[in-house]
Design a binder for this molecule. Structure first.
Ligand SMILES: [Fe+2]
Length: 246
């Protein structure tokens, strides 16, 4: 399979063209006619991933957060070095941002709900995440997610600790309070929120569990790696690049 064929498959499978993303989805750097040896997936691009790839005989890296954010795309300084590092070693970089949050099988939010043991047919879409009706407690969520995400960075029990309607949006999910209120969500799992947003969650009595931007977005790359291996028989592995991260 070539890099171009994998990109075509992932664009369709992740429904990438359907997203109005503020970053780029698909091949960041690389040649479409390269034959894939092995694949590395990760949450963020770091040059150390290229070293891991070379050691593992992988020539494709797929990340959730790619090289460029916003326009115009200039190639200077750190971005120059990032690109040169990949290009000197003939390693391709692909990134999938919002499509890898929202996907019901291999998305970051699907991973979290899967770990909670909630059947997918009960998930309702909510922006790039989901909400679901449950009958558990905040403490149950912490216990269940510890195995896959570790302990949350913060748990704010602004409600009574009982969870009836749970919302999940990975990453920086603090701006969705209006949506959560409209939907009657009483407990929210996300990566990070700002201080003014924290005050609003407190004001409206919504329980918030914060797992950090990075940790909350490791599930998609983990699931995508497994999917590529299963679907195409290409050896693939997720690399957890940060021991500790925001
Ligand atoms: Fe993110």
């Amino acid at each position: 399979m070539t890099v171009g064929e994998l990109e075509k498959y992932l664009n369709e499978y992740l429904k990438a063209p359907e997203f109005e993303d503020f970053t780029f989805n698909g091949i960041n750097i690389g040649k479409r006619d390269w034959e894939i040896k092995e694949v590395i997936t990760a949450t963020d691009y770091e040059r150390s991933l290229v070293d891991v790839a070379k050691n593992e005989n992988a020539n494709v890296i797929i990340v959730h957060h790619g090289l460029w954010w916003g326009k115009p795309y200039t190639i200077t300084d750190e971005v120059y070095d990032d690109m040169a590092y990949l290009m000197k070693r003939d390693v391709a970089l692909l990134s999938y941002h919002l499509p890898l949050d929202a996907h019901p099988e291999v998305g970051n939010n699907a991973y979290i709900l899967g770990a909670l043991g909630v059947e997918p047919d009960r998930w309702q879409p909510m922006d790039v995440g989901f909400y679901v009706d449950v009958d558990i407690t905040v403490a149950d969520i912490v216990a269940k997610l510890e195995k896959v995400l570790g302990m949350p960075k913060d748990v704010w029990e602004f409600g009574d600790g009982n969870v009836r309607r749970l919302g999940v949006i990975s990453g920086a999910g603090g701006s969705f309070l209006g949506t959560l209120l409209d939907l009657g969500v009483d407990t929210y799992i996300t990566g990070e929120i700002s201080y003014p947003q924290w005050r609003d969650f407190r004001r409206y009595g919504i329980n918030v569990l914060l797992y950090g931007h990075y940790k909350s977005e490791t599930g998609g790359p983990i699931l995508l790696s497994k999917h590529i291996e299963k679907q195409f028989g290409i050896k693939s592995q997720f690399v957890d690049i940060y021991e500790r991260a925001m």
